[in-house]
Write a protein that binds this ligand. Structure first.
Ligand SMILES: Cc1cc2nc3c(=O)[nH]c(=O)nc-3n(C[C@H](O)[C@H](O)[C@H](O)COP(=O)(O)O)c2cc1C
Length: 434
């Protein structure tokens, strides 16, 4: 068996595509995502993961124009308030919100996640990111973000402190003892007295420990420091290794790093991103994929905008020439994502590289039956843990969610590849169930 997650965010879903309905105007009240969460819950997904960033950059061409016209990074709403709403309409689905170690104070983050763990009955998760881009830093009073590797050093201290705060109450501290008139056993609540290079906190938390104790942690760091951080702290890692060999290598790398950190490698699950296109017939699925690629000018600009995230402006380069050598390490953004793009752009013009670029680990196109078989074979070969479904930027519709949840997933379940009911109540237990 393998696991399923879904990667999305609290932004407008598809608004200018067939079957988008009125979601382009009505998404902000959350209904679209509530409908989606119910579907994922019914299909037995481990979690719905809400991506986030906190700035509207003008990196691309020095203006907000293309960012806003194409709706790439805005409007984007805060995922955290959506978490309890999604939990309220679901029974087993984990709900994961992204929060940045560059902007939250650790105490507030620990307290908020502990509260969310109660409000979700133990299904809350935190996607730990360090953020990218000076625009985000400037929204929080900094000129720029610290350099890439230092951001991970800060994140390391942040995560360590947050874990200590979550552990500052022993699980059985709550007594509610009418005989002795004692609500909480004070001997089971401890100061933390953390003093690091970047953070200090006295502790303890002033919340009751959540059902999971420590809410689940997700991470997507792909650089060497990012992977090492993830292997030390994450319950699940989401990644975009390109192709089966890269998926295998990624899994092996995380296993090694987790073992180095004294953890059981099988307790760190690795999810690879895919955007399956399923239809009644193989030809129809292929035609749909071709229609997607036929929207070349929209795709091209979107990919360039997405890759221009970390202060690199790809609008400066001629489209029909190869990219000059740019070192990803000189970018202060998501280095490993940029490096993969640059590696794959070698020998191509910028236009060719951008149009061919995809946020997915492998292509899945066909009938639900064929795609389910392929997913099973890939997981068996990779020895990995699961897939993270992603609709593709600006392509999310209710129809797409239905095709996956009511078309593809039943085929996976019929083969015994994914769960047909939740084994446990808590997100972490479901992640560890197989
Ligand atoms: C599936 C996935 C989801 C991600 N979600 C976010 C996010 O919500 N916010 C964010 O700032 N970065 C996000 N990132 C970027 C990662 O946190 C990370 O910066 C990136 O994978 C590059 O790794 P590196 O930081 O180790 O270079 C995501 C990356 C992936 C692959």
């Amino acid at each position: 068996m393998f696991h399923l997650g879904w990667f999305t965010n609290y932004m407008p879903p598809a608004w200018n595509k067939p079957w988008a309905g009125d979601a382009g105007r009505s998404w902000a009240n959350g209904d679209f995502y509530l409908d989606m969460a119910r579907q994922l819950d019914r299909a037995g997904f481990d979690f719905m993961m809400l991506e986030d960033s906190t700035a509207l950059p003008d990196t691309y061409g020095g203006t907000f124009e293309a960012e806003l016209r194409q709706m790439v990074r805005a409007p984007k709403h805060d995922p955290v308030p959506l978490v309890p709403l999604l939990a309220h309409v679901t029974r087993g689905l984990g709900i994961v919100a992204t929060c940045s170690t560059s902007f939250y104070p650790p105490y507030l983050l620990a307290r908020m996640m502990s509260t969310l763990d109660h409000l979700t009955n133990g299904r809350a998760g935190w996607n730990v990111v360090t953020s990218a881009g000076s625009a985000a830093a400037q929204n929080f009073g900094m000129e720029d973000l610290p350099p890439h590797d230092e951001r991970y050093a800060i994140a390391e201290e942040f995560a360590t402190l947050v874990e200590q705060l979550w552990d500052s109450w022993e699980p059985d501290a709550l007594l509610v003892d009418h005989d002795t008139n004692t609500y909480i056993d004070h001997e089971k609540v401890h100061r933390v007295d953390f003093r690091g290079k970047y953070f200090a906190s006295r502790g303890p938390l002033n919340t009751l420990p959540g059902p999971q104790g420590r809410p689940v942690m997700l991470q997507a760091g792909g650089s060497p420091v990012g992977r090492a951080f993830a292997a030390r702290h994450a319950d699940a890692i989401v990644a975009i290794p390109k192709g089966i060999d890269a998926m295998k290598t990624y899994r092996a790398d995380i296993s090694r790093l987790a073992a180095d950190a004294g953890r059981d490698p099988s307790a760190v699950k690795v999810f690879s991103i895919v955007s399956p296109i399923v239809a009644e017939t193989h030809d129809e699925a292929v035609a749909r994929k071709e229609r997607l690629y036929a929207q070349e000018s929209e795709r091209l600009e979107k990919r360039l905008l997405l890759m221009s995230g970390g202060d690199l402006d790809l609008s400066r380069f001629p489209l029909d020439e190869p990219l000059p050598a740019i070192a990803a390490a000189s970018s202060n953004g998501s280095q490993s994502i940029l490096q993969t793009f640059l590696d794959r752009a070698r020998g191509k013009t910028l236009r060719e590289a951008a149009v061919a670029d995809q946020t997915e680990s492998l292509e899945l196109v066909g009938t639900p039956d064929a795609v389910a078989t392929q997913m099973g074979e890939v997981m068996a070969e990779v020895g990995g843990d699961g897939f993270l479904i992603y609709s593709g930027s600006g392509q999310l519709t209710r129809r797409y969610v239905t095709e996956i949840c009511d078309g593809l997933v039943p085929e996976l379940q019929r083969r015994g590849l994914t769960r047909d009911r939740y084994e446990h109540r808590l997100l972490r237990d479901n992640l560890l169930a197989f």
